[in-house]
Design a protein around this ligand. Structure first.
Ligand SMILES: Cc1cc2nc3c(=O)[nH]c(=O)nc-3n(C[C@H](O)[C@H](O)[C@H](O)COP(=O)(O)OP(=O)(O)OC[C@H]3O[C@@H](n4cnc5c(N)ncnc54)[C@H](O)[C@@H]3O)c2cc1C
Length: 308
């Protein structure tokens, strides 16, 4: 119920204004967001890449303005060139939301998003790194996978994201488990109806294990995106039983969450990638993180009522 309310608020303009203006917000946001600009995020990336891998997200989503979509492409191009200059491109890639590069535009959105994503892939190729397409709500899955197919014709390293809470995902894992296919498996962060998604946590977890088994037993490169200690342990067992070594898959976690566990995994010689968001369009991302953590919500709600 609380999760549903917060995820609805994530798309509300009125709530956005309230949350963005609340004095308490800044402290909590900085736990999850590496900085309001690339200049602030780069030192974080340089520090993280000492023992971990990184994927950077230039924050923004649901763009309905062509020039804003263009600005996002320019921001990614600059980011990729900076990663190359800083010598960290081998350890840092980028994550892109297609709705940030034009998919929601009223006319030709999908074609514009494909063209824009292609430009980002070209910049990644020049820098010597890769791109992963984030997955958004369930209405966008077919479009994201079809853009993925197009991009992979020229850039076979483009990564996909699949969400275990969707009933269709086990099948999508089978389709995407081929040689060289990079697939990030996460639980899913949006509020989806029961007609398309498992709503019960135990059911989502069971689906995650089924999907992960398909990916681990396939020929692709699974990217295990979860902070859930049981699923992290199961990933290790499935990797062993599928004959995968430490370089044949990776763990992924979000910036600011389970930092000690990230370090522990890296220290064991396993690949650990941190998803690092930066920029000033943090509202939707931040609200999804709040929705995942009831303890944060209680603290935040109390502070909003008393200090704003
Ligand atoms: C690298 C990465 C990329 C992702 N990309 C996408 C994407 O493209 N599309 C998408 O829909 N979702 C994405 N997600 C989000 C994902 O779908 C989940 O919403 C999120 O990871 C929480 O699920 P969990 O597997 O960690 O399990 P949970 O059961 O939610 O959490 C397990 C434990 O992790 C800790 N934890 C989890 N969330 C938080 C939090 N916000 N604050 C503090 N502690 C927390 C808690 O200790 C919790 O008990 C991504 C997640 C990761 C790690």
């Amino acid at each position: 119920m609380l999760r549903t309310t917060l995820l609805a608020a994530a798309r509300s303009r009125a709530c956005r204004t309230l949350v963005e203006r609340a004095p308490v917000t800044r402290g909590l946001v900085s736990r999850y967001v590496a900085g309001s600009s690339l200049e602030r995020a780069l030192p974080v990336v340089e520090q993280l890449t000492a023992d971990r891998l990184v994927t950077l997200d230039h924050l923004g989503e649901d763009t309905t303005d062509t020039s804003q979509a263009q600005d996002t492409v320019d921001a990614y191009t600059r980011l990729l060139s900076e990663l190359g200059s800083a010598g960290v491109a081998e350890r840092a890639e980028v994550s892109v939301k297609l709705s940030a590069v034009g998919r929601s535009l009223p006319q030709d959105g999908e074609k514009i998003a494909l063209d824009n994503a292609r430009r980002i892939c070209e910049a990644a190729a020049r820098a010597g790194t890769t791109v992963t397409l984030d997955m958004e709500d369930h209405t966008t899955v077919d479009s994201t996978l079809s853009i993925l197919t197009e991009l992979r014709m020229d850039f076979p390293w483009v990564g996909a994201v699949l969400q275990a809470y969707l009933r269709r995902t086990e099948g999508d894992c089978r389709d995407l488990a081929g040689a060289g296919s990079r697939v990030r498996l996460c639980k899913g962060a949006y509020d989806e109806p029961a007609s398309v998604a498992y709503r019960d946590k135990a059911e989502v977890d069971r689906s995650y294990v089924r999907c992960l088994r398909v990916l681990m037993e396939g020929e692709g490169y699974p990217m295990v995106a979860t902070h859930d200690p049981r699923l992290v342990a199961i990933a290790g067992v499935l990797a062993d039983s599928s004959g995968r070594g430490p370089g044949d898959y990776e763990h992924q976690m979000l910036y600011g969450i389970r930092e000690n566990e990230q370090r522990r995994i890296a220290a064991q010689g396993r690949r650990m990638r941190v998803y690092v968001p930066y920029g000033d369009e943090w509202y939707g991302y931040f609200m999804r993180r709040l929705a995942e953590r009831p303890a944060n919500v209680a603290f935040f709600a109390r502070s909003l009522l008393t200090k704003s």
